[in-house]
Ligand binder design. Structure first.
Ligand code: HEM
Length: 478
């Protein structure tokens, strides 16, 4: 390690320690934690350094969980980033934590996420406020609500793929550009090219990187840059919202549907209860961008990678898409009814979400004392549901590391497959994600075959699991 890196490391460690000391009191660990296997690590920092170093390792953060499961079993305690945390797995834990019966748990964001997303984000509300906000947001994301964006996505997928032959394609980057253009257009009618799009993309990238950064709000840090980029994004949204509210501009997008439907009193739906303030609009547009971008980008990239690694599945999927193309009467382009009738594609998407488990755990905070699998959980503890283990349980998914979409031929036991979560926090963007992926895959399979330039299964040090090498390929016409 160079002198410069060593100095930087010492500075970073000092900052982390001061932050933890200032923000959290380690005090003495709760006595009730004695019953739970595991270690709380060192005073004040707990196991934070091991957590952070695993986060940047090739296997990603799941390594941290895996090592402790080998030592202590499926349920273990730890103290990371200022939180007393219990990791759990299994259907019982999944059911209790995700249905959140009687409001016993809340969503548990990292400090950085809370600061960036703002206090009225869907991810920071709970109880009735969460239900109300979700109802407003979920409506334009329903299958019917998405129909008006179909042509845009279809065109964009074709234009993106037009650029693929004859060069090295980093699938993760292409998927990221595609999904960001889709969500920018859907939410606020942002044009897919031009200066505004470039600024939007640059700001979004900074915001996104700040989530998994150290919580130090000082110039030069990723967190500081993320907060500044968020401010610029909000300034842009302020002017769009102002123009919409004053009637200077009208668009048929997500923002408009929230503004019009929920502020003008039409059909009795504009009651106080249905109105969204400008802050709520901004916080939640940003929430959709953040929650919907990396997840869909990652799923689309893993799916293309899994297909190449599993030629039998690839062939079967291609047959589905070539048949759709061959049966098309009049017109050459994919239609709305075709995209909603791709049964094998739906199974391939599910199997991708199971094998890749793009969100490796779901984090909750106990709002009261309760019990899971005989373990007493105390109010205030963090409980992380280990979804990777649930998705690789050989009792539910025999030969769990095999990529086999036929597992989804029959219904899966409740709380065993959590690709989009379950219960009141289940993903409201799942229809959009499936639509984007199905459209993209249709055009890819009907036009190209591809091979990878580098085999590598390691993952990026991000909260959402993504291939570290961005999955480089070369594509050529069929
Ligand atoms: C393949 C892509 C996607 C995957 C795998 C995915 C997965 C998930 C999962 C597992 C949850 C629940 C997390 C938990 O219970 O802690 C969730 C929640 C959420 N997702 Fe997605 N998601 C995807 C795409 C999207 C898209 C496209 C959007 C929006 C445009 C979106 C918006 C959200 C929001 C806002 C929540 C929080 C819901 C709440 O707290 O009530 N997601 N997602």
């Amino acid at each position: 390690m160079s002198f410069f890196s060593s100095v930087m490391l010492v500075i970073i460690i000092s900052f982390v320690l001061s932050f933890l000391l200032l923000h959290y009191s380690w005090a003495s660990p709760p006595k009730e934690m004695d019953q739970i296997p595991g270690s709380l690590g060192w005073p004040i920092v707990g196991e934070s350094f091991s957590f952070l170093s695993n986060f940047s390792s090739p296997c990603g953060i799941y390594n941290f969980i895996y090592q402790r499961q080998q030592r202590y079993g499926k349920v273990f305690k730890t103290f990371v980033l200022g939180r007393f945390t219990v990791f759990m797995s299994g259907r019982e834990a999944s059911k209790i934590l995700l249905t959140g019966k009687d409001g016993i748990v809340r969503l548990n964001l990292f400090y950085t996420g809370k600061q960036v997303l703002g206090p009225t984000s869907l991810l920071q509300t709970s109880g009735d406020a969460h239900k109300r906000l979700r109802r407003l947001i979920a409506e334009p994301l329903s299958v019917d609500g998405l129909k008006k964006y179909f042509q845009f996505m279809n065109r964009l997928a074709i234009e993106t793929l037009d650029q693929w032959p004859g060069r090295t394609v980093f699938v993760l980057e292409e998927a990221s550009t595609f999904t960001l253009k889709v969500i920018g257009n859907m939410t606020m009618s942002l044009e897919p090219t031009g200066e505004e799009q470039q600024k939007f993309r640059a700001n979004f990238k900074l915001i996104s990187s700040s989530f998994a950064s150290l919580p130090l709000k000082i110039p030069g840090t990723a967190f500081y840059r993320g907060i500044k980029a968020r401010d610029r994004m909000y300034a842009m949204l302020n002017s769009i919202i102002y123009n919409r509210r004053s009637g200077n501009s009208f668009q048929q997008d997500f923002l408009e549907s929230l503004i019009v439907k929920h502020s003008k009193g039409a059909d009795g739906e504009g009651s106080e209860d249905n109105k969204l303030t400008d802050t709520q609009l901004k916080d939640n547009i940003l929430t959709l961008l953040v929650a919907g971008h990396d997840t869909t980008t990652s799923a689309l990239t893993w799916l293309i990678k899994f297909l190449e690694e599993n030629p039998a599945v690839l062939n079967k999927l291609r047959v589905e898409h070539l048949e759709i193309q061959a049966n098309r009467k009049g017109g050459t382009n994919l239609t709305w009814s075709e995209v909603n009738n791709m049964p094998y594609t739906a199974k391939v998407i599910n199997e991708t979400l199971r094998r890749a488990t793009v969100l490796p755990w779901f984090s909750r905070k106990a709002s009261e004392d309760f019990e899971i699998d005989g373990y007493k959980i105390k109010k205030g503890w963090s409980i992380n549901l280990d979804v990777v283990s649930i998705h690789h349980d050989p009792q539910v998914f025999p030969n769990p590391y095999k990529f086999d979409p036929s597992r989804f031929d029959a219904p899966i036991k409740p709380f065993s497959f959590l690709g989009f979560g379950s219960g009141p926090r289940m993903c409201p963007g799942m229809n959009l994600a499936k639509l984007e992926i199905s459209i993209f895959i249709h055009h890819l399979l009907c036009r190209y075959k591809w091979t990878t330039l580098e085999k590598d299964d390691s993952v990026l040090p991000t909260l959402v699991r993504m291939p570290r090498n961005k999955y480089p390929i070369v594509a050529e016409p069929l």
